[in-house]
Design a protein around this ligand. Structure first.
Ligand SMILES: [Zn+2]
Length: 469
């Protein structure tokens, strides 16, 4: 990572930097002290459903018991009052970029990997899937996490996005970012390939470096840029599958979603945001066995910015500095000039906006698993932590039952990422990745922004910011 960043400084001066607020530190309670969530409602994410008035005991990194309130408690236990609150599994964000930034093209910022990681944990996200990033930096994070030198969510990664020559995301970076930032960013987040054999080589190289998924992009930004053919994509997917690794695709239109799924891709991120998915197309996607992580928030935010009405959520204002958030204010956005190619894409996004939530509902009704994902630090104004919480509310607004949305943000992606894992649910013996929220998220999904406790592998994190008003 160091070399491209150094080049960035040498070639175009220092990108902007910000002073980030301290968010969390751990542990808030010594590991030897048992923790008891007392008289709490539990969203178990198991067949047990939601349980009222429970005592949940955590010892070390495990949940050891869940029982009706009133039983005897260990004398040295630390009691956390849970009345009126809900205990859930730590959230899973299916779509993040740990090594990216949420900055807009007109305000390039150095990534702050610690603040991004802390933001995710602060918002209650204890596991993420990194679907595109700098492989050197991700390997470094993995090593630091393993030796306890990095406080962040559990994570898996894909490494750089494999894409045809001139395709997204390199095409977008060349179009939207100033040179040389554009060429550094394109090289940092994608590899462009010109043949099946080059694609397979990239697959092998990533797997050798610890990638547990492969990421491809079947999308056009700007519109009319080159895109995968099935003849090029299918052998790449087969090469990954032959090595026991699944493939995630960035998609935009129904046609591209179907091209990816027919080529054997396992998960679609960004779902459908250009065009309207028909019931028949949704049924074909279901039959092809894909899961989808729609990221409605990404496109709402871009559109709100373009229409000069974007505003960060209270949680985002708590997590990110005001001078960074201000880069998206109508006053700043009005002063920017985007290229014709980007404007054409944004207009298309606006035209298709009415279908965005409807396509998600159709996929849900067709029986496709819908996983919560945010594109944190991968798209402008997709703030780590806050964007996923917003996405949960948008999925409910799109017509999914809150319970389904919460299962799609916990146990279901957990089992997709780690089929035999013992995490992602609140049950005796499970790894204690837990969050406490103030209220009942099944009755009101907005309370997911009111996290009061976060435990990662049983470690209770001390929260250093005042609670959301
Ligand atoms: Zn992304």
């Amino acid at each position: 990572m160091l070399r491209p960043l150094l080049a960035l400084v040498l070639l175009c001066g220092c990108p902007a930097s910000h002073v980030y607020p301290a968010l969390i530190r751990g542990p808030a309670t010594p590991a030897s002290v048992p923790l008891v969530f007392h008289d709490v409602r539990v969203f178990t994410a198991t067949e047990a459903g939601v349980l009222e008035h429970q005592d949940v005991v955590v010892v070390g990194d495990r949940i050891v018991s869940i029982a009706a309130t009133g039983g005897a408690l260990a004398p040295n236990a630390r009691l956390i009052e849970g009345a009126g609150k809900t205990l859930l599994p730590g959230l899973v964000d299916f779509h993040v970029h740990l090594t990216g930034t949420p900055s807009p093209p007109w305000h390039v910022v150095f990534p702050d990997l610690d603040h991004t990681a802390h933001s995710l944990l602060y918002a209650g996200i204890t596991t993420v899937q990194d679907v595109g990033g700098d492989l050197d930096a991700l390997e470094e994070l993995k090593a630091k996490a393993a030796s306890g030198q990095w406080l962040g969510p559990h994570f898996t990664y894909a490494g750089k996005i494999i894409t045809p020559d001139g395709s997204y995301p390199a095409s977008y970076m060349r179009e939207a970012l100033p040179w040389p930032v554009s060429s550094i960013a394109a090289g940092r987040f994608s590899n462009e390939i010109d043949s099946e054999s080059a694609g397979i080589r990239e697959v092998e190289q990533r797997i050798a470096r610890g990638a547990s998924i492969i990421k491809v992009a079947v999308a056009q930004v700007p519109l009319h840029t080159p895109v995968y053919t099935r003849a090029l994509l299918e052998p790449i997917v087969k090469a990954a599958h032959a090595r026991g690794v699944r493939v995630v695709a960035h998609t935009d239109s129904p046609e591209h979603a179907l091209l990816a799924a027919r080529s054997g891709v396992d998960a679609l991120v960004h779902g459908i945001h250009l065009g309207e998915l028909t019931v028949e197309q949704a049924q074909e996607l279901k039959a092809l066995g894909v899961v989808v992580s729609p990221t409605i928030d990404v496109f709402n935010r871009i559109q709100d910015m373009a229409e000069f009405k974007y505003a960060p959520t209270p949680l985002e204002q708590e997590i990110y500095p005001a001078d960074y958030l201000a880069q998206f204010s109508p006053a700043v956005v009005r002063g920017q000039k985007l290229s014709d190619g980007m404007m054409e894409w944004i207009v298309a996004l606006q035209q298709h906006a009415p279908h965005r939530a409807e396509s998600v509902k159709r996929m849900y009704e067709a029986g496709i698993p819908i996983f919560a994902g945010s594109d944190a630090s991968g798209s402008a104004a997709c703030w780590a932590g806050g964007a996923l919480i917003d996405e949960l509310a948008l999925l409910v607004k799109a017509g999914l039952p809150p319970t389904e949305v919460l299962l799609g943000a916990t146990v279901r992606p957990a089992r997709w990422i780690d089929a035999k894992g013992d995490w992602g649910m609140v049950s005796a013996g499970a790894r204690a990745d837990l969050i406490l929220v103030d209220g009942d998220p099944v009755a009101d999904i907005a309370v997911m922004a009111k996290v009061t406790e976060v435990l990662k592998s049983g470690v209770r994190l001390e929260r250093l910011r005042p609670a959301v008003p």
